[in-house]
Design a binder for this molecule. Structure first.
Ligand SMILES: *[C@@H]1O[C@H](CO)[C@@H](O)[C@H](O)[C@H]1NC(C)=O
Ligand SMILES: *[C@@H]1O[C@H](CO)[C@@H](O)[C@H](O)[C@H]1NC(C)=O
Length: 393
């Protein structure tokens, strides 16, 4: 490194000879990083091999092209609070002290030393920067609900920062980052919020809050995984209760619908009128969602046999077939599309009639149940005088 060694060797030679040599200016570090509000010393040293007369020395500090401080017989400063030490200058120390630096102090400084006819300069970069701290909050999330995961980006300088969210390495949309806020310590902070509605498998996905800032060499990636919570036991209980209530409601509905569709048949009612109960009236009813082809049929069962067995229905009583019997059937509409079908069997000379009769509901279409009711008459039965036949006929 002959170039780097050359000034040092020259200095040694000059010191040894005691003669005035070339002007050499050096800076201890070409980059100074500090945080806002702190005092900073920008180091700069010079030598000429012999003590320098202040009378012939000029020192200038520039930020970019503008003068910050100057010593030319006297010291003058453009930047409030900046200072050069006169004692320091006498021994080749041209360092500049800047108290309480802020963002406007940052930049490239030039330390210029002039001892006519020589003029030398060195540069120092002042960076007023603080890298952010990054932390992630709210990674315990509830399955199936809207959750907010928060990324705290705090205590950085300057205020410009970029926050993105990654999901398995890919940028996720929908996040919101607040503008940076200047805190009491002169540093900025911000938060970014990622709204999420996680499902259970989301727990295995790798997320990260990705922060880029000028004070960071490489972006910070605060990685995390979600812990997805199931509903708590009380919530579960509420769901179960809701489920049960819904179930009951459905049952109730089903019952209403069933009742609406169900076809119910009354038993056979009986009345007597006429002299000495010479007329017996039997009637039966069926109600429900009836079809136009549905019928009620009467039959007299073969005496001496148990009624109701298949094939034992006999003597179907058709309207007008016999003078002894008379059948009237009619329909009344009810609510909810239901109907009542009523049939009335009038038996004359009832005194001589006995034995079982049946009333059968015969559905006009397949798939519905045949229903049958029986009544047994005996000649011993008394007269019920107040039976109103007109309601039947
Ligand atoms: C140069 O002067 C400053 C004060 O202006 C002092 O803090 C610093 O220590 C001095 N540097 C050396 C190498 O003496
Ligand atoms: C994150 O930010 C919130 C809101 O600004 C704040 O309440 C919380 O203390 C911060 N947490 C950390 C660790 O900085």
């Amino acid at each position: 490194m002959p170039l780097a060694l050359a000034p040092g060797l020259l200095l040694l030679l000059l010191l040894a000879s005691g003669a005035r040599g070339a002007l050499v200016v050096s800076v201890p570090s070409s980059r100074v990083q500090t945080q806002p509000g702190s005092d900073v010393l920008l180091g700069c040293h010079f030598s000429l091999g012999v003590p320098v007369e202040l009378m012939e020395l000029v020192v200038q500090w520039k930020l970019g092209n503008s003068l910050v401080a100057e010593f030319d017989n006297v010291a003058s400063y453009r930047r409030p609070g900046a200072s050069l030490s006169q004692e320091g200058l006498q021994v080749g120390n041209a360092s500049l002290l800047l108290p309480r630096v802020g963002g406007t102090d940052a930049g490239l400084y030039t330390c210029v030393v002039i001892v006519p006819p020589s003029r030398e300069s060195r540069q120092v970069e002042l960076r007023v920067e603080v890298p952010p701290h990054v932390s992630v909050w709210g990674t315990e999330v509830r399955a199936g609900e809207q959750n907010l995961v928060t990324c705290n980006v705090s205590n950085f300088y300057p205020g410009s920062v970029s926050v993105t969210w990654l999901r398995d390495g890919l940028v996720v949309g929908g996040s919101k980052t607040a503008p940076s806020q200047l805190g009491p310590t002169g540093l900025y902070s911000t938060t970014s919020i990622l709204p999420l509605v996680p499902s259970i498998p989301e727990a295995s996905v790798s997320y990260a809050c990705h922060v880029q800032h000028v004070a960071l060499g490489a972006p910070i990636q605060e990685a995390f995984r979600l812990s997805v919570l199931f509903p708590t036991s009380s919530e579960l209980l509420a769901w179960v209760l809701l489920g049960i209530s819904l179930g009951l409601l459905l049952l109730l509905l089903a019952r209403v619908v069933y009742r609406g569709c169900n076809i119910s048949m009354s038993k056979i009612h009986r009345g007597q009128c006429g002299p000495e109960g010479s007329i017996i009236v039997l009637w039966c009813e069926v109600e429900g969602r009836l079809r136009a082809t549905d019928q009620l049929a009467w039959a007299r069962l073969r005496p001496g046999k148990e009624p109701g067995r298949p094939g034992e229905l006999s003597e179907p009583l058709l309207k007008g077939e016999s003078e002894q019997y008379q059948i009237s059937t009619w329909r009344c509409p009810l609510r909810l599309g239901r109907e009542r079908l009523m049939s009335c069997l009038i038996i004359c000379s009832a005194g001589s009639v006995h034995g079982p009769f049946s009333c059968t509901f015969q559905p006009g279409t397949a798939g519905r149940r045949v229903q049958e009711r029986h009544i047994t008459l005996s000649s011993a039965q008394g007269v019920t005088p107040d039976t109103d036949l007109s309601s039947c006929l």
